[in-house]
Design a protein around this ligand. Structure first.
Ligand code: SF4
Length: 376
C-alpha cells in the first residue's frame, strides 16, 4: 500500500505545528507541497531534514520496489513497480543487447557494424546498449568499454533469463512474473527478466521483441543484429518508456538553421518538444538562414509557460545571457510567438537593447511572415 500525500503530511512539522513549519528548506513552498510530491515519488525524502524516523520507516516500506534493480556498467535493469505506465511510470527502459560469438569468422565485422549503429532522438542518440561476447578469448573487446561484457560475466548477474523458444510461453512467463512481483510482492519474482531471442527470421524476431518490450521484458538479448530492426524496436521502446507525466522537452539552446550568420533572423520559443519541432521544421523547409532561441520552460507550450510564469521577461533576459546571444548574434530584433504579443512591452522594458517583434500564432504561417520581414 502506498502512502497518500495527506498520510505523509500528518508526520510533517506543519501538521504538528512544530518549528520549521513551511520552512522551504526542501525546495517546496509548504510542507503540504512536499508531502504531495513525496507521495508521487517526485522528491527524495531526505530533502526535508525534519522528517521523523517513523515516517522514514513507513515510507521506505511503502516504496519498496516490486523488482530488484541490476546494474551493469551504466545500465540499470528492472526496478519496476507497476504493470501499466499510466499508474505511475516505468523506471528503466528495456535494455537491448546483442550476443556475438567470437568463434564466428566475421565476428569483428559484426561488432563494428553494431558499434557504428546510432539513431538520433530528441535529446539523445540511441544505439545498442550492450554487447555480450561469447567465446571471447582476450581479443581486446572486453575490459574498459562499458558496452562489452563477456558471456561468463553476464551470467554472474542476478537476472532471470528465459530462452525464447515459444512466443506464447515467453509471453505468459513475462506477464505472470511481473504481475506476481507487482501485485503479490512475490519474493520469487523480484529478479529482472531477460528474454534471450535465438537467431532466426528477422521479421519474427522484430515482432516478438516488440511485444516483449511492451510486456514486460527488462532486457532482451538478440543473437542477430540488423539496423532496421533495431531502429524499429528502439523507437517503440522510447514511446513506451517516456514518462506520460513529463512533457517531452528539448534542451534550452541556440539552434541554427540553414547556416545563419550574425545578421540572420532570430526567433524565440519554449522548450516544449512539439512547439520546437513545429517551428524547426518550418524554418528548415523555408530555407532561410535563421536562429531559434529556446527558453527553458519545463517543457511547456507557449501559453501554458506564460500562465505558469515559466516564460517571463526575466527568464528571457537570463536565457539571452546564459546562451551568450549578444556575443554570437548582431541582430537586435527577436521574433516572439504571436500568442505572447501582450508581453512585448514587458520584454522591451526588461531588455531595452532588443526589439521584440510579434511573430505568428502558428508555425505554418512563418513562410509568409518571413517574406515581409527585415532582420536589421
Ligand atoms: Fe516542511 Fe520539511 Fe519542507 Fe520545511 S523542509 S517546508 S519542514 S517539508
Amino acid at each position: 500500500m502506498e502512502m497518500t500525500g495527506l498520510q505523509i503530511f500528518k508526520y510533517l512539522p506543519a501538521a504538528k505545528k512544530e518549528e520549521h513549519t513551511n520552512c522551504k528548506e526542501c525546495g517546496c513552498p509548504t510542507c503540504m507541497a512536499f508531502a504531495l510530491k513525496l507521495a508521487k515519488q517526485n522528491i527524495q525524502i531526505d530533502k526535508c531534514p525534519y522528517v521523523k524516523e517513523e515516517l522514514k520507516e513507513q515510507y521506505s516500506h511503502c516504496i519498496k520496489h516490486a523488482q530488484n534493480t541490476v546494474t551493469i556498467g551504466n545500465l540499470k535493469i528492472g526496478g519496476e513497480n507497476v504493470l501499466y505506465r499510466h499508474e505511475k511510470t516505468f523506471i528503466n527502459r528495456t535494455v537491448l543487447a546483442v550476443c556475438v560469438d567470437c568463434l564466428k569468422p566475421d565476428f569483428e565485422k559484426q561488432i563494428k557494424r553494431i558499434c557504428d549503429f546510432e539513431i538520433k532522438g530528441v535529446n539523445e542518440n540511441y544505439s545498442v546498449d550492450l554487447i555480450i561476447l561469447k567465446n571471447c578469448q582476450n581479443n581486446g573487446y572486453s575490459g574498459e568499454n562499458p558496452k562489452f561484457i563477456t558471456y561468463e560475466d553476464y551470467q554472474k548477474f542476478e537476472l532471470d533469463t528465459i530462452i525464447d523458444t515459444d512466443f506464447q510461453k515467453t509471453k505468459d512467463y513475462l506477464i505472470t512474473t511481473r504481475t506476481k512481483a507487482v501485485k503479490e510482492k512475490d519474493e520469487s519474482c523480484v529478479k529482472p527478466v531477460t528474454v534471450w531471442i535465438k537467431s532466426g527470421n528477422l521479421y519474427d524476431i522484430c515482432a516478438r521483441a516488440s511485444y516483449y518490450i511492451c510486456k514486460y521484458a527488462n532486457m532482451i538479448v538478440f543473437e542477430d543484429f540488423e539496423e532496421a530492426m533495431f531502429s524499429t524496436i528502439i523507437r517503440l521502446r522510447e514511446n513506451i518508456f517516456t514518462d506520460p507525466q513529463k512533457p517531452l522537452q528539448v534542451e534550452s539552446a541556440l539552434y541554427e538553421f540553414n547556416n545563419p550568420d550574425e545578421n540572420s533572423i532570430v526567433f524565440l520559443t519554449t522548450n516544449f518538444a512539439l512547439t520546437y519541432f513545429a517551428v524547426a521544421n518550418e524554418l528548415e523547409g523555408i530555407n532561410v538562414p535563421a536562429y531559434l532561441i529556446v527558453i527553458p520552460a519545463d517543457g511547456m507550450s507557449v501559453l501554458t509557460a506564460w500562465s505558469a510564469e515559466k516564460f517571463t521577461a526575466d527568464i528571457v533576459a537570463k536565457t539571452l545571457i546564459n546562451l551568450g546571444i549578444r556575443e554570437k548574434i548582431k541582430t537586435r530584433k527577436i521574433i516572439i510567438p504571436g500568442l505572447l504579443a501582450h508581453m512585448t512591452e514587458e520584454l522591451k522594458e526588461a531588455i531595452p537593447d532588443y526589439d521584440f517583434v510579434v511573430g505568428t500564432n502558428e508555425a505554418s504561417d512563418l513562410r509568409e511572415f518571413i517574406k515581409n520581414f527585415t532582420a536589421k
